[in-house]
Write a protein that binds this ligand. Sequence first.
Ligand code: HCB
Length: 216
Amino acid sequence: MGKQEILDKLRDTIVKQDINGCVAAAKEALAAGVPAFDAINDGLAVGMNIVGEKFEKAEIYLPQIMMSAKAMNGAMEVLTPELQKDTKGAGKGTAITFVQEGDIHDIGHRLVSTMLGASGFTIIDLGVDVPNEKVIEEAAKLKGEKVILVGSALMTTSMLGQRDVVTLLKEAGIRDNVKCMFGGAPVTKGWIEEIGADATAENAAEAARVALDLMK
Ligand code: HCB
């Protein structure tokens, strides 16, 4: 089976909520020499975006999404150790990754954290539903080091917390010590400019590129 067929299979197993098939396709991808990075970005993430679109059109419902998410997580368990092997030089800085308070959507967050880890960042993953104060506390602990905050928000409500993070960083006197990259489906470049953050990215691969650029 060629690379594109394997990527299509990864995509389709996510869309069809085929948990066992998805894990098997991830193993097949590695056995065929498909880089883990490509399997995630060009296979699994494509499938998850289709799932998102179907949900918005009310073609599928929450239980189906949960099954797709489970399939994705299973495949990520197979692929992530391979990504870590590919890591090109550590020491790029520390990325504090988190999902904004009130928000438990973690699929994109996990992808972005994985890609940043594979790009040489030390990852401090605070998880989901993280209060802003916790983010500021962690950033303050690393004052003087190279730090980037990498926040995700999937809902228009939780996205508003990103503005508060920037404000709290200023109030704590550490805004100039950290870079701020925020993402998630509702986040736009206009929003990033409005709140005074540094950058956003469309997907996990771009997030890794942008983060490396910001830390130069
Ligand atoms: Co959820 N949900 N959901 N959901 N959900 C959304 C986000 C809606 C847009 C769907 C809709 O109504 N159209 C909507 C939010 C509406 C809004 O605010 N405008 C919504 C809602 C309302 C809800 C609930 C309230 C539903 C309910 O209970 N009635 C509830 C909220 C729970 C909560 O958070 N408190 C809920 C629950 C769920 C689950 C649990 C069923 C499931 C999450 C499972 C999980 O994450 N473990 C879920 C899912 C999967 C979605 C959709 C369908 C897909 C999200 C996703 O995983 N996309 C989503 C619809 C959509 O987004 N189109 C829907 C795939 C990933 C790969 O993309 O955008 O997360 P991503 O990340 C990308 C990208 O943004 C970027 O890179 C990532 C990788 O490529 N990126 C960054 C991400 N973070 C970054 C940070 C950076 O610095 C840079 C780049």
